[in-house]
Design a protein. Structure first.
Lengths: 261, 342, 288
């Protein structure tokens, strides 16, 4: 009785989910096409666009750059974001709210505005198309995700455990590292994962400030789409989707706790 | 923070270090097939001959980053090519290094009209009318007036999202003779554009889009560059490119002011103008090398299809870059956005 | 988050040291967000090196700027409404389904979330264009005789943007809906309320904060959206972001770009300020 009543709902939900997934299925299938242009359905299947990705030094350079930048970004932003989240969690002062809002500004300010401003500032100080400039920008853009994720972890964690450790004479830092951090590790890892994937996929910022030897994958994809629309980009994103998903699955295997919200 | 900064900086530096022994020439240009072919027949041989490392930065909108780089005082790019209009603008704004033609002997083959103290012509390209032979099997559109005639030639249409050379096309469609085009009657051109605007389905902004549009037959007739049309036709698109009254533009090589080792870059330019290499390039990609000596190395049949072939240059209409760089030209350029938004 | 009435001296020092933990993050934000914003402010008030209001005057007086802002608001509003309409049933189903199904549904929502926006846009182009998947299928089935105009227009922009935005509304909604005990709806039903009555009087009000949070986020993200309208709109839908980009990339007019960007920022901040009266900003972004 109840099941039948729900049928229309599930029909609608299925249709919406199809809408969400369909373009991605199309992209994945096109990546195996033999055609010079984006055509669907492909008449002949081949791996030539994977070859044109993996055998092209410029694509490989951009890929390496993006992964290096994503790793550096993660290394930079995870401690910074975790420290801030811990501070936000422990600090009871009223000013905290404003500080938090400042920290969330990378999400609040439209990315095109940040990109345009960064472009002008970086051009002036010579950070345009440099690794340092890109890492700083990517780290800041992904800071809110680390912050939010770690803060959520801290909120569901019983601080009394840390207090116990401290009452035994352990310093706050040591208590945090030895007692608290292992417990909130899943949240920190989630934040790190978001930061990593976010840095890998940061497109608009990249378009404005990446380039030269420090071309990133998304910005090269954008440039290349301006020059030639061919299925290489489909094969690249198929690879990227696989990487993202592998990382997520790996993460969820490591932390069997049910992630809620 | 400082610590992290140092770590990031240290890692960044160590990663950027490899193979710095060779001179590196960062070259900003268009990507795609044209680059692949150029890489094989011009850039590769130049690297080998001169022992330099040419790092290509493929991007379509190069002027703004180029300008920002030069203004910052330390440009990343050593070599750039862009349309001659930007060449003039860059000279007006003092953004370029002067060329030393004694280091570029191959430039002798470039006609005087296509070179000056700061820039030397690389290729010519044409904006013409492309149409689908499936949509127009007989009596196809042949002129810009036909393109504007939506009654006689119904179909989905595409134009470039920009005034250059749309305004020229509009005036030609309105009956202005090619030799009377300049200075453009901007008012009349925009009036004519307003006529066609409701019938334009796609305003394209990149060359890649146009190939896809013609290939997929997303539109039936369009304003398109010769090389892009050729690309789609080579892949089997049922389409034709009309040379008659095509607008001929050209691109130039230039060296950003303040970039390192300009003499090395000039030697690279010289190799890029090598007539044999240019001929091989043009044999494998429909482009129009401007070192006219390339013609001796070309198959005559193939030569006929190129924008810098003598007969095509003759029926094409050269775009007046000086006009577009003038006050009136810049004003006409600015008006475009308003036109699009109406 | 209220000030404790009386803090001991030790506690106060400690509290201050917690603030210090914030410092690295604040420095990053100051360098990467606020320094560029400052640069934009300076440039927006400059013309040829001197102080000038010309860029703001242009926005106010020239009709095209005005109409681009209005169009942007309109598109964003439409995208927000459509995303809410599509996101709600998905979030509802995810909140009510068994654990396995919840995981599956959320994974399917995440999938587009982690696929480059650029690439998805081209996926849509292949689906929507004249000889694309939708048109050929419908024509093969004999449902239509002439291809529908789905690509390179406003419809395509809406479809592409909604596709990007739905996940942003599903997650906060799911969080809100999964907190409503299923017994509550059952109780409503057993007391004789129709399903739609129970939905309107119980579920919808209880999920309203999640819906509002998601909607605000989607609206604000849409305002600054850049790639999708550029690529799917056929050049006919001009958004504020394109105006900023064009002023920089094509005309190198940094002052004009800055003033447009800052005007957009003011609109965004105003929206957050208004919404903040009802729902704290931290909630919208997911801190609480």
């Amino acid at each position: 009785m109840k099941k039948l009543q729900n049928l229309p709902l599930y029909g609608v939900v299925f249709a919406i989910l199809f809408f969400l997934v369909f373009p991605i299925i199309v992209v994945v299938i096109m990546s195996f096409s033999d055609s010079r242009f984006l055509t669907f359905p492909p008449k002949v299947f081949s791996l030539r666009w994977y070859e044109s990705y993996f055998l092209d030094p410029a694509w490989m350079r951009a890929t390496r750059n993006s992964f290096v930048l994503a790793i550096l970004t993660t290394i930079l932003v995870v401690p910074v974001g975790t420290a801030a989240a811990y501070g936000a969690h422990m600090c009871k002062m009223a000013i905290m709210r404003h500080m938090q809002l400042l920290l969330l500004s990378p999400v609040i300010v439209p990315v095109i505005i940040i990109a345009a401003g960064l472009y002008m500032v970086y051009a002036q100080v010579g950070l345009l198309a440099t690794k340092l400039g890109l890492v700083l920008a990517f780290a800041t853009m992904n800071l809110p995700y680390v912050f939010i994720s770690v803060l959520a972890g801290l909120r569901s964690y019983d601080m009394a455990q840390e207090d116990v450790a401290r009452s035994l004479g352990v310093s706050r830092l040591a208590a945090f590292m030895k007692v608290t951090l292992p417990q909130i590790r899943p949240s920190v890892m989630t934040g790190a994962l978001f930061a990593f994937i976010g840095a890998l996929d940061e497109t608009v910022i990249s378009i404005f400030i990446a380039g030269g030897e420090n071309q990133t994958l998304p910005s090269r994809m954008f440039m290349s789409l301006n020059d030639e629309i061919d299925p290489t980009i489909a094969s690249i994103s198929t690879v990227l989707i696989s990487v993202s998903f592998a990382l997520v699955i790996l993460m969820s295997l490591r932390s069997p706790k049910k992630a809620n919200g | 923070m400082k610590l992290f900064n140092k770590i990031a900086l240290g890692t960044a530096l160590s990663l950027a270090a490899p193979a710095m022994a060779q001179d590196v020439v960062n070259y900003a240009t268009d990507g795609g097939t044209i680059l692949d072919v150029k890489q094989e027949y011009l850039i590769g041989p130049a690297e080998e001959k001169l022992g330099v490392d040419v790092v290509v930065d493929a991007m379509t909108s190069r002027f703004a980053p180029f300008k920002a780089q030069v203004l910052s005082g330390k440009p990343t790019w050593n070599l750039i090519d862009f349309s001659a209009g930007y060449g003039i603008r860059s000279q007006n704004e003092d953004l370029l290094e002067k060329l030393d033609y004694s280091l570029i002997p191959n430039a002798a083959g470039v006609p005087d009209a296509y070179k000056d103290d700061y820039t030397v012509g690389s290729t010519a390209y044409a904006t013409g009318l492309g149409y689908s032979t499936e949509a127009f099997p007989d009596n196809p559109p042949q002129t810009w007036a036909d393109f504007w005639d939506v009654e006689a030639f119904p179909g989905r249409r595409a134009m470039r999202n920009g005034p250059r050379p749309a305004l020229e096309l509009a005036l030609l469609a309105d009956g202005v003779a090619p030799e009377d085009l300049y200075p453009l009657d901007v008012e009349r051109a925009y009036d004519k554009m307003a006529e066609i605007k409701p019938h334009i389905d796609v305003w394209w902004s990149s060359g890649a889009e146009t190939t896809q549009l013609l290939y997929d037959q997303e539109v039936d007739l369009m304003q398109i560059w010769d090389g892009r049309a050729k690309n789609a036709i080579n892949e089997g698109a049922p389409a034709v490119f009309v040379w008659n009254n095509a607008i001929v533009e050209y691109a130039v090589f230039a060296i950003p002011k303040g970039s390192s080792h300009p003499e090395v870059t000039m030697k690279v330019i010289n190799e890029m103008l090598n007539p044999e290499g240019q001929a091989k390039w043009a044999s494998n990609y429909a482009t129009g090398p401007l070192n006219t000596n390339f013609a001796e190395f070309m198959d005559p049949e193939r030569l006929k299809e190129l924008p810098s072939a003598p007969e095509n240059l003759a029926i094409g209409i050269p775009l007046n870059n000086a006009w577009w760089a003038s006050e009136a030209g810049e004003e006409a350029e600015r008006r475009w956005l308003e036109f699009m938004q109406q | 988050m209220t000030d404790m009435p009386k803090l001991s001296a030790i506690e106060r020092t400690e509290q201050r040291s917690f603030l210090l933990l914030f410092l690295p993050a604040l420095i990053l934000v100051a360098l990467i967000i606020f320094a560029p914003l400052g640069k934009l402010v300076v440039q927006s008030f400059q013309d040829e090196g001197a102080f000038s209001l010309v860029h703001y005057k242009r926005i106010v007086t020239e009709r095209i700027y005005w109409s681009i802002f209005v169009d942007t608001l309109e598109v964003s509003l439409a995208v927000t409404a459509l995303s809410a309409l599509l996101g709600y049933p998905v979030a509802y189903a995810a909140a009510r389904a068994s654990r396995l199904w919840t995981g599956l549904i959320l994974a399917m929502v995440m999938l587009p979330f982690w696929t480059s926006v650029l690439v998805r846009t081209y996926g849509w182009l292949v689906i929507l264009q004249r000889r694309g998947i939708v048109n050929t299928t419908l024509m093969d089935l004999g449902i239509i005789s002439k291809p529908l105009e789905l690509s390179h227009n406003y419809t395509a922009v809406l479809i592409g943007m909604v596709h990007v935005m739905v996940p942003f509304i599903v997650f906060p909604l799911y969080a809100a809906l999964s907190k409503i005990p299923p017994e509550l709806a059952q109780a409503g039903n057993s007391l004789g309320g129709t399903r739609s009555y129970v939905f309107r009087r119980v579920i919808l009000p209880l999920s309203a904060p999640g819906l509002l949070a998601g909607a605000v986020l989607v609206f604000v993200l849409s305002l600054g959206f850049y790639l999708t309208p550029e690529l799917l709109g056929g050049g006919k839908t001009i958004m504020v972001s394109s105006l900023v980009e064009r002023n920089i990339e094509q005309y190198s007019r940094f002052g004009a770009a800055s003033s447009v960007a800052l005007s957009l920022l003011v609109i965004v901040l105003a929206i957050f300020w208004v919404v903040d009266r009802v729902l704290p900003v931290e909630k919208i972004i997911g801190v609480k």
